[in-house]
Design a protein around this ligand. Structure first.
Ligand code: ATR
Length: 286
C-alpha cells in the first residue's frame, strides 16, 4: 500500500531567557545541549528586554507560540506577578525564573533556582543537609529563592545573616512557620557560632568581595557553597578554603540544575546534567 502523505517535520518550538543584562547568559548553550541529548527540535535564545517592556514582550512571546521562558535579573518578581498561577516554591520566593504556558493561554510561574542548588549539593556533590547547622549569607532575592527548598531538606537550623540586619530578620520571619528554626540578623550576631553548611547568597562576589564576618567556627564536615561562579574561585570560596572546610563549591552546577528543572517543566524530560556541567567548566577554564 502506498501513501501520498508527506511527513512534515514538526516545527521547532521557541524557548528563551529574558533579562537585562543578558549578554553573558549560558542558558542558550545549556538548553541547546539538553535538546541535543533529548532529540528535541527547539530554539533557545537569550533576549535583552528593556526594563519597562518585560510584561509586553513576555505576553507577546507566548501569544506567538513560545514553549517556555526563563527569566533572570531584574525581572524575576515581575514574572511571578505576571503569571495566572504559581507553584509553592515560586510563592515562597515571591519570584519566578520559569514561565510555563498552560492550555487556554494562561501562564504558570515556577522557581527552579532553589531546587537547582539543592540538587547540585546533594546529587552532584553528595553533601548531606539534614540535621545541619546552616548559615545563609544575604537576604536579597537570591537568598529568598533558596529558603523553601533548603528548609524542605530538614536542616537542624537556618540562620540568615545580612549586612542590613533588618532584611535578614524580615526574611527569617517569612519562614518562621516552618518546623526548622529560622532566625535572622546582622553579621555581628554570628560571633562565636558554629556551622556545617555556609551558603553565600550575597552579590558581594560580583565585586570580588567577601562579606565582613566576625570569628565563626566551621565544623570538620562543613561545606561552603557560593551561588555565584566564575573562571576563578570567588572571594567567598577563597575565604572558605582558608578555613579548611570539608568541601567548597561555586554555583555553576546550580545554574545547570535550575535549567534542567525548567526543561523538565516544559518538555517532561530530565537531561543528563553532569556532562553539561563538565563542558561548561572546561569552557570557563579556557
Ligand atoms: P539578589 O536578587 O541577587 O539577591 P539583591 O536583592 O540586591 O540581589 O541582594 C543582594 C544581597 O547581597 C543583599 O543581601 C546585600 O546586602 P544588603 O541587603 O545589606 O544590601 C548583599 N550584598 C551585596 N554586596 C555586599 C557586600 N559588599 N557586603 C555584604 N553584603 C553585600
Amino acid at each position: 500500500m502506498t501513501s501520498d502523505r508527506v511527513a512534515h517535520p514538526i516545527p521547532e518550538t521557541a524557548y528563551a531567557v529574558f533579562g537585562n543584562p543578558i549578554k553573558h547568559s549560558k542558558s542558550p548553550a545549556i538548553h541547546t545541549a539538553f535538546a541535543d541529548q533529548c532529540g528535541d527540535d527547539i530554539t533557545y535564545r537569550a533576549v535583552r528586554v528593556e526594563i519597562d517592556e518585560f510584561e509586553l514582550k513576555a505576553t507577546r512571546f507566548f501569544q506567538r507560540g513560545g514553549g517556555g521562558l526563563n527569566v533572570t535579573l531584574p525581572f524575576k518578581e515581575r514574572a511571578f506577578q505576571l503569571a495566572d498561577e504559581s507553584s509553592d516554591r515560586a510563592n515562597q520566593a515571591r519570584a519566578a525564573n520559569c514561565l510555563i504556558p498552560l492550555p487556554g493561554g494562561k501562564l504558570r510561574a515556577d522557581n527552579t533556582d532553589g531546587v537547582g542548588m539543592i540538587r547540585d549539593m546533594v546529587a552532584n556533590h553528595g553533601w548531606q543537609l539534614s540535621g545541619r547547622q546552616v548559615l545563609v549569607l544575604g537576604a536579597g532575592g537570591a537568598a529568598r529563592g533558596v529558603m523553601h527548598p533548603l528548609l524542605m531538606e530538614n536542616p537542624a537550623q537556618v540562620i540568615v545573616a545580612n549586612r542590613t540586619a533588618e532584611r535578614a530578620q524580615a526574611l527569617a520571619a517569612q519562614f518562621s512557620g516552618h518546623k526548622v528554626p529560622v532566625s535572622g540578623g546582622g553579621f555581628e550576631s554570628l560571633q562565636g557560632q558554629t556551622f556545617d553548611l555556609i551558603i553565600n547568597g550575597t552579590s558581594a562576589s560580583l565585586d570580588n568581595e567577601m562579606v565582613a564576618l566576625p570569628e565563626i567556627t566551621l565544623t570538620e564536615r562543613c561545606c561552603c557553597y557560593d551561588m555565584m561562579y566564575g573562571a576563578e574561585p570567588t572571594a567567598f570560596m577563597r575565604w572558605a578554603a582558608s578555613k579548611t572546610p570539608w568541601a567548597v563549591s561555586d554555583g555553576l552546577g546550580m545554574l545547570v540544575e535550575q535549567a534542567a528543572e525548567s526543561y523538565f517543566l516544559w518538555l517532561g524530560k530530565r537531561p543528563n546534567t553532569r556532562r553539561v556541567i563538565q563542558a561548561l567548566r572546561l569552557q570557563l577554564s579556557l
